[in-house]
Design a protein around this ligand. Structure first.
Ligand code: ZN
Length: 223
């Protein structure tokens, strides 16, 4: 089943994996991969960019969806008012490390510092403890499980990648129309590469979800 679901398609020069494979799943077993009760959960990584964030917030309002924003500490520091705005609109603020460097190559103290510094900054802005973390590039460091446990945080992975970062509208539409399931955690990005496709593709996601009679999950559903 898993093999069938994790369908691979030929792209220009490489294979794309829309769904996490068994290896990744077994490496971080204490993680959230799908929504706890059915509902499509929109997650947005790498922001707030400050350039595309307003458009993203508008699109989320228009399709009546709340999302989890996995912010980098660096971007949150540069765009503190945006973090406040995201929070004020009912979305969840989560931790994506300080500067999007690869956590998989960090030693324990570097990784801990990246996570703690980011959480401190985010909770300083929102006044709320940060509970959720997602590693940059989806690549968990080997110390991650222990550190998150100590900090009482949860690792949130995904079940469907939109490939918005390829900036190919046809590809992202195809993934959404063919793959979307009722309990998917879908990944989008608030960065320059993805801005060609996202948030426009969010309207398409809402259409597909409606056709399939799926609802959006509330951003707070992970708690
Ligand atoms: Zn990222």
């Amino acid at each position: 089943m898993e093999g069938k679901r994790n369908k691979r398609k030929q792209g220009p020069g490489f294979m794309r994996f829309y769904r996490p494979n068994f290896l990744l799943r077994s490496f971080v077993p204490d993680s959230i991969w799908t929504t706890p009760e059915s509902g499509v959960l929109v997650t947005i990584d790498d922001g707030p960019s400050g350039r595309n964030t307003e458009a993203i917030l508008r699109a989320l309002r228009e399709v009546n969806c709340t999302a989890v924003f996995f912010c980098t500490g660096k971007n949150a520091d540069d765009n503190q008012n945006m973090v406040q705005e995201i929070k004020a609109e009912g979305h969840e603020i989560a931790n994506h490390g300080w500067n999007h460097s690869k956590h998989i190559f960090m030693n324990r103290s570097e990784l801990e510092k990246s996570i703690i510094t980011t959480s401190k900054l985010l909770s300083g802005i929102t006044g709320e403890a940060v509970t959720f973390y997602r590693p940059p590039y989806g690549l968990p460091g080997i110390y991650q499980n222990r550190i998150l446990k100590k900090l009482k945080m949860k690792n949130v992975m995904w079940s469907l990648l939109s490939y918005d970062f390829e900036g190919n509208d046809v590809l992202s539409r195809e993934i959404i129309s063919e793959e979307l399931r009722s309990d998917d955690i879908v990944v989008f990005h608030d960065n320059e590469k993805s801005s060609k496709v996202f948030p426009e593709i969010l309207y398409y996601l809402a259409e597909v979800a409606e056709k399939k009679k799926y609802k959006f999950a509330d951003a707070r559903c992970l708690k």
